[in-house]
Design a protein around this ligand. Sequence first.
Ligand code: 5GP
Ligand code: MN
Length: 344
Amino acid sequence: MEALATFKKELSSPKKIFITTHVKPDADALGSSLGLANYLIKKGHDVTVVTPTDYPYFLTWMKGNDSVLDFSLEKDKTLAVSKLEEAEMIFCLDFSVLNRVNELGEMIRKSKAYVVNIDHHQDPEDFADFRFWSTKAAATCELVYELIVELGDKALIDKDIAECLYAGIMTDTGGFRHPNTTKNVHLVVAELLDFGADTAQISNLIYDSNSVNRLKFIGFAITRRLVVREDLHTAYFVISKKDLKKYQSQTGDTEGLVNYALSLDGIKLAALFSEREDGIKISFRSSSDVAVNKFAASYFNGGGHKNAAGGKSAQSLKDTVERFESLVEKCQEELFHPETVTAG
Ligand code: 5GP
Ligand code: MN
């Protein structure tokens, strides 16, 4: 309670505020950042949103997108650094460990600003002065909505803010299909509809804005790059740098691909390995009883949620995949029968 009171006091006068989110922001990361930014601007604060990297084109409709600074671009970096240095408050959204924001992480750790962490991932690192955090929340956008209500400013939510927040809740619940789609999710979304969120349009902007290349890439990946190991209840995609180049892949083009592997009957663990400039990026998805975040954290320097996690590997694509297969084989009991492991 004391921390909340201090936080409210910090926000009670106009502040220079720096908002950031995790690398390769998704709809929850960007939606929570811009939803919060639009609200704080209405309250009279001076707000800058900085992303550690670029993000998918299908998120650029959000209000405030044009002012976002991309720390990975030389043209934005200098301004972003000076905004961070002069910031009185720093908001870290949709991540709980500082290595999720690249170089910005150490700068935030050293900063004298008042640091706020709003997030729903497990095992948070202790870097914030105030944490508005719950793993029960389906999305960081849900928490931002609750924080605005907690601050007594529900009436300030407008259509733009509601649409940013709706986008994150819609995607982090997999279109209201995952087990994290709670009663509270529906209640919050009902409120966002009241504030004017055009849900059909947002769904269209996010899910139905494929380029021809992207659709062909998905077809190619399913036909040629899907490996199914029914004996291990596992299916995964292996995408090389060359594949990405061939289909002129843009940021966001591989998003959602891993779900096709999980959609197979009998498959409980799905993965996507994509070869990027800085190493192999891995996405994990699982059915409700399989905890991929633990697996990602133990073996692939990653983390996330129980059924949606990510990680990385510095090995070659081939070696990474071989290691993954042998690890799944080795960890079968704890992955697919965790109750037996705990009991034994
Ligand atoms: P995605 O597969 O969509 O990139 O990520 C799925 C989930 O895992 C997201 O909640 C994301 O924040 C988390 N995640 C992805 N990559 C990493 C990582 O390298 N480290 C950690 N701690 N979490 C990750
Ligand atoms: Mn999220």
